[in-house]
Design a protein around this ligand. Structure first.
Ligand code: ADP
Ligand code: NA
Length: 335
């Protein structure tokens, strides 16, 4: 089993990014069986399909590596790298452009969503990046790719490209590409703002108090939890539930996500208690989980040399794994 998964290299990481995305990767890595492996990449090449700031992209990439390692991705067990350092991604994309059909790309709903009314002004990269995504996984002969709902169509495209290429250019007993199967990532918590239970916790929220950042120290975490918006009522019993109480629901969801309990279990323990009691308990479990991560994260973030070394090592390994696929692709195409 070889799992390949990418993440956009964003900066200013927060609790939502950890519980909703990064932690799933750590779980996947930790659940890999002997002989299986995970390749995790930062999709920095994808980032240039939209308007972007080069300095931010660079710092976001480094920050994301620091966060991944701080959260438990082990670069000696998983292959951790950024696309831009493995030219085979772009190389294979071009080679697959010959196989991908215009009609297939025209059907991609994400291009329609992201280009909106500005189709003519969109970058060519935005239109063709599903082919880069296909290259991202086909390059490594991925057997499994975790995909959320929004990425299902792109994985289908990768399979279509692989199948057509194998059909058109390979003998039946020597296909170049493995058709990757989707795996549904473990269900991730959706974390809402601490100031507004109906808005997602996000780096773009101007209020610092709305989110817990991965760099926050223990005191800051406790202060933010204490100030978090809640309501005047006690927490309900499991039977009664949290319907209609978005702020309370969010805080209980965070507690459950952090401790690995279910919402019902948390209510079973705290039902009948007010926030005066619940918030300190939440602050405590958050600090317990996040303090070691944020400490490591802050150390790593400022250790440019280690981050570069991690990425260089990961890229070297990725190039080695991808090389045979590239060679076979050229050969199959008569190049
Ligand atoms: P932001 O909304 O802060 O800009 P991104 O869009 O960069 O975050 O998201 C990066 C990853 O983190 C994505 O996989 C996304 O699903 C996850 N994520 C972001 N915010 C949250 C949240 N509030 N709850 C759960 N997951 C989140
Ligand atoms: Na976002």
């Amino acid at each position: 089993m070889r799992v390949v998964s990418g993440i956009q290299p964003t900066g200013n990481l927060h609790l939502g990014n950890y519980l909703g995305a990064i932690r799933n990767w750590v779980k996947m890595q930790d659940e890999m069986e002997e002989g299986s492996e995970c390749l995790f990449f930062l999709a920095d090449l994808h980032a240039i399909s939209m308007p972007h700031d080069p300095a931010e992209l660079r710092s976001g990439t480094l920050e994301m590596v620091a966060a991944l390692v701080a959260c438990g991705i082990d670069p000696s067990r998983s292959v951790l790298f950024n696309q831009a350092q493995v030219p085979a991604h772009t190389e294979l994309q071009w080679l697959l452009n010959g196989t991908a059909r215009m009609g297939w790309l025209n059907r991609m709903t994400q291009f329609k969503d992201k280009s909106g009314k500005n189709r003519e002004g969109s970058s060519v990269a935005l239109f063709t990046y599903p082919v880069l995504q296909a290259a991202d996984v086909l390059l490594y002969q991925a057997t499994h790719v975790p995909v959320g709902d929004d990425q299902k169509q792109h994985l289908e495209l990768a399979r279509d490209i692989a199948q057509k290429f194998n059909n058109d250019f390979c003998t039946e007993d020597a296909p170049v590409f493995t058709l990757p199967d989707p795996i549904v990532p473990p269900e991730a918590a959706r974390i809402m703002s601490l100031r507004d239970g109906s808005a997602k916790m996000s780096k773009s929220d101007p209020s610092e108090m709305s989110r817990i950042n991965l760099v926050d120290d223990a005191d800051t975490i406790i202060k933010k939890v204490k100030k978090a918006k809640s309501d005047a009522d006690a927490l309900p019993s499991e039977e009664k539930g949290l319907e209609g109480r978005p702020e309370a629901q969010n805080l209980v969801t965070i507690y459950a996500a952090v401790t690995g309990e279910s919402v019902d279990q948390v209510l079973g323990r705290f039902g009948g208690e007010g926030f005066g009691k619940f918030k300190p308990a939440l602050g405590e479990v958050l600090v317990e989980t996040l303090a070691p991560i944020s400490e490591r994260f802050r150390d790593l973030k400022s250790d440019r040399e280690s981050l570069d070394a991690i990425l260089a090592r990961g890229a070297a390994k990725a190039r080695e794994i991808g090389r045979p696929t590239i060679d076979k692709t050229y050969q199959a195409l008569g190049l």
